[in-house]
Design a protein around this ligand. Structure first.
Ligand code: ADP
Length: 379
């Protein structure tokens, strides 16, 4: 049965997008009640009742807690903090900012989408690259991390041979700038068999750690991560270093999804990474006459989404343009056609599910409130 501690651990993955801290350390979690039948009630105290981030924070809490095994329902009630609680929260936030103990170079407010699949060859890398490019085209600040350390394919898909180098002063690695996004991949480092061998000796999770701590990512709205296949330690390392990371699962329409679903659910559970949704790739092929053929079967995306109780973010048709674009290094979303449209729509849906940190902020209002309080106290 799920315990209060399990729930608090999961809630540590929910960050206040402005203050950077997680909702537990910021004192925003007031009550956690677990009923014997797995229903959970969570009481959240928001900085102010009309906080514009309310929807985002409660959605995140829902997803995190619902992902825990044994949880059947999640009810959230919100209230506003008292003046004392707000003052306490601001002092925690100030201390955080002062200590600046950022474990990685990725901002705590960056939304992290780890694109994963239960097996190889389903188009995970093509989808990662196209989602990232589509987000950048929407005007978002986007990073793309190729965590498929040995099986890297993003440099080819994005058409870059740029070599990574470090900044002389900061010693941080500067990502390649390609199609309006920042790219990091071992494919931009490994030049010869020797260097490739060197990387092979490195633990995968260590390589990921390097890419999160020693790359100058700057301020990003989104970091898209092309995850390596499998359920290994990379997922664990990612959720440890970037607690805000969430998973997007790519699958094909084949209803051999059952096994894949279990593998993915297991991966999410073990790494405490909630699943945001499912993308079905290679859903159908449309011939010149507008007729659709389900070459790889039907229903796999829906089945997997239902089993994981998450939305189906999109269905991407089979489009020869994807292969061609991948070979030419110009992602298909930059052009048009059935796959381009479906991928752009999937990226738009993803921004609804994972909205970027709000521009309108509560912090300014809290600061003003605190000033008012100080003034009242002084007067
Ligand atoms: P993964 O990362 O899962 O191994 P890739 O992204 O490398 O998969 O894709 C495998 C192959 O399938 C590539 O040749 C790619 O161009 C092709 N592919 C991926 N998605 C589509 C699609 N929607 N239509 C046609 N070909 C696709």
């Amino acid at each position: 049965m799920v315990t209060r501690d399990d729930i608090l651990a999961a809630l540590r993955g929910v960050r206040d997008p402005e203050l950077g801290g997680d909702v537990v350390e910021l004192g925003m979690v007031k009550d956690v009640d677990v009923a014997p039948d797995g229903r959970v009630h969570i009481g959240l105290a928001l900085t102010i009742a009309e906080c514009p981030l309310r929807g985002q924070i409660t959605d995140d809490v829902q997803r995190r807690v619902r992902a825990l095994p044994g949880v059947t329902d999640v009810e959230i009630s919100t209230s506003a903090m008292t003046a004392d609680e707000r003052a306490n929260l601001m002092s925690i936030a100030r201390r955080r900012a002062r200590e600046h103990a950022r474990p990685t170079q990725v901002s705590p407010t960056t939304r992290v989408a780890a694109i994963a699949s239960g097996k190889g060859g389903v188009g995970k890398s093509s989808i990662s690259a196209n989602l990232a490019v589509a987000l950048a085209r929407q005007g978002r600040r986007v990073g793309l991390l190729d965590a498929d350390i040995w099986g890297f394919s993003l440099p080819r898909i994005l058409g870059t041979t740029e070599r990574l180098h470090a900044d002389d002063d900061t010693r941080l690695i500067i990502p390649a700038d390609v199609h309006g996004l920042k790219l990091i991949s071992t494919g931009l480092i490994a030049e010869s068999e020797d260097t490739a061998l060197m990387w092979r000796g490195l633990m995968l999770s260590k390589a990921l750690e390097q890419f999160l701590t020693q790359v100058d990512w700057g301020e990003l709205d989104y970091l898209v991560i092309d995850m390596p296949p499998g359920t290994g330690d990379v997922q664990m390392a990612l959720s440890r270093m970037l607690p805000q990371a969430e998973m997007v699962v790519v699958t094909t329409p084949q209803v051999a999804a059952q096994k894949v679903a279990m593998r993915v659910a297991d991966m999410a559970r073990r790494s405490h990474m909630p699943v945001v949704g499912v993308i079905e790739n290679m859903s159908w092929f449309e011939c010149g006459h507008g007729e659709r053929y389900a070459l790889f079967g039907e229903g796999g995306g829906e089945t997997l989404a239902t089993e994981l109780a998450v939305p189906l973010i999109g269905k991407i048709p089979i489009d020869p343009a994807v292969v061609d674009a991948g070979d030419r290094g110009r992602p298909v979303v930059l052009g048009d056609g059935p796959a381009a449209e479906a991928l752009a729509a999937a990226a738009a849906r993803l921004t609804e599910l994972l909205p970027p940190a709000a521009e309108e902020t509560c912090t300014g209002r809290i600061a003003r409130l605190l000033e008012d309080l100080d003034r009242t106290a002084a007067g």
